[in-house]
Ligand binder design. Sequence first.
Ligand code: 5GP
Length: 240
Amino acid sequence: MKGSLLYEGKAKRVYHTTDESEQLILSYKDDATAFNGEKKSEFAGKGRLNNLITSKVFQYLHQHNITTHFIEALNETEQLVRRTTIIPLEVVVRNQAAGSITRRLGIQEKTGFTPPIIELFYKKDELNDPLINDVHAYHLTDITEQELTFIKQEALEINQTLQQLFLKAGLTLVDFKLEFGRLADGSIVLSDEVSPDTCRLWDRNTGEKLDKDVFREGTGNLIDTYENILHRLEESVCVK
Ligand code: 5GP
């Protein structure tokens, strides 16, 4: 049963469970923010869509032997997860250039990266989530060199698995952001969410952007776009 509020972020609320101290309930909100909260809006139904999409993606990852914090979707907007302490790193994997890397390094959009580029950002709103290197990460977080190597390997494996998943749904996985958390025993697992809020997804045939960029760039209807992604995953992916 849902207990007291532990934490409220930009896209989710985190609740204790009354019966299990090592489990939490994530409640997905309808709020959308971009540019570190400078652009804000609310979209009725967004929480449901991100909850259902993330649940499908995590189930698919489990089927492919990738461990995550996800246990089960409880209802349309909430999911039960294993309790982790989030490591304040945003691990971004890029298969093609888009977004901040095009502005930061002057790389043309759609330029392909083989191997994929992994970037680390320090998760700190006050600092605007700056790009950092590995040694910064050792100073700023409790992560060890060995654990960071594991996180990067895991991120590349997740990339391959998600590329296959989205390919089946007629989508190109351009880039995405992951967050990892520590379980009570100290081990590290994929946490947070994987949704059109955290991935860039382009239609394989038309190149149409089908992710949060429609909100960031004001180019489309967010709810229709996220419904489209959920529908494609339901049609093409064999997870319940
Ligand atoms: P960029 O660095 O180009 O802004 O983002 C790279 C990828 O990571 C994109 O798929 C973007 O959605 C995701 N991403 C990076 N930072 C954040 C963040 O703070 N919140 C969310 N939801 N996604 C992020």
